[in-house]
Design a binder for this molecule. Sequence first.
Ligand SMILES: NC(=O)c1ccc[n+]([C@@H]2O[C@H](COP(=O)([O-])OP(=O)(O)OC[C@H]3O[C@@H](n4cnc5c(N)ncnc54)[C@H](OP(=O)(O)O)[C@@H]3O)[C@@H](O)[C@H]2O)c1
Length: 341
Amino acid sequence: MNAGTNRLWQVGKPNDDIHGGMALVRGHFERGEGAVPAVGEGQVLVRAEYFSPDAMNHAWVRGMPGKFDPLAPGTTMRGGVAGTIIASLNPDWPEGTRVTGFLDWADYSLSDGTDHMGVPLQRIPDGVASASGLVTLGMSGVCAWLGLAHFTRPRPGDTVLVSGASGGIGSIAGQLVPLFGARPVGIAGGAEKCAAALANGFDAMVDYKAHDLPGQIAKACPQGVDLFFDNVGGPLLDAALVNMSHYGQVLICGGTAHYGVKPEPIYNHIHMAMRSLTMRGFFYFDHVDLWDGARQRLAHWLRDGRIREWLDVEEGFEAVPDAALAGFHGGVKGRKLIRIA
Ligand SMILES: NC(=O)c1ccc[n+]([C@@H]2O[C@H](COP(=O)([O-])OP(=O)(O)OC[C@H]3O[C@@H](n4cnc5c(N)ncnc54)[C@H](OP(=O)(O)O)[C@@H]3O)[C@@H](O)[C@H]2O)c1
């Protein structure tokens, strides 16, 4: 790349849209190039170091009902970015500051101190790696902490079942559950990922790709599931519902099972009534006021080794489409990142 070129990924018009509007496909990614943007008054220029592919890429391309419209073809793609401010005309954001935010998926992004969600850029604290700024101190860690500490609060002795246990949020949630005196049980796909999740802090694992998912959950959670921290939905939610304890809680964090395919029906919802269950969800961007407190705690636990990150890092700008699509097809081991520079 020459010094004046800004490599970027743009939203394409796919002719491989086999999922009928349900997910990202390869044709959504079009390689482009532009000039490195000039910094205007009040702006900063961020040089990207890592991209974090996640469901927000899907949301921007497909739109999020009630939140925002799909990006038009030809628009620079957006996503989680960790990088360094290399030029600044904004006194609040000096050159050299390492930041994260939802920015352009380009070598260089302009910002006025906020990101594409209208949220202030997040400073990466000294001593914290840029990748960790995106993961543990980013959406993964903060969702894991808020889901447990603010929206459910497991009690000592509770069994907490976490789906997506090998993913960004699930792998951190599994390590935070013992802080509440509760027992983390995870769900992941395949023996290899289950073994890795056990080594990463889960007390027991359930393999959703093996047979008899409800029976496996019953065996791993003999006292019942007091809290189901659900990142996946679909058949996993259905299997968890028949294993809930009386007065248990279901936290809907994500729905990965629904992103790439037509959603499957939930058959066991009547257990919500029969067991007096509570179900709630939360959206990360509705709780910006809670991020700083969460990030401070998470940074502390990252430094003292309580939280160990499980990263799956791809190298290079050209790796972006495959890496971004992998999250929708179970091809990820830990939180996927792409190192750009
Ligand atoms: N509530 C919010 O504000 C908020 C914020 C961020 C993310 N989210 C959502 O939270 C969820 C987890 O996010 P993340 O960043 O942790 O994702 P991630 O790192 O991409 O991990 C997702 C995990 O889901 C599993 N998975 C994929 N397809 C599956 C399927 N069909 N059935 C079962 N498991 C499947 C994969 O594990 P295996 O390899 O084991 O299949 C993968 O490890 C996503 O749905 C995301 O959209 C919500």
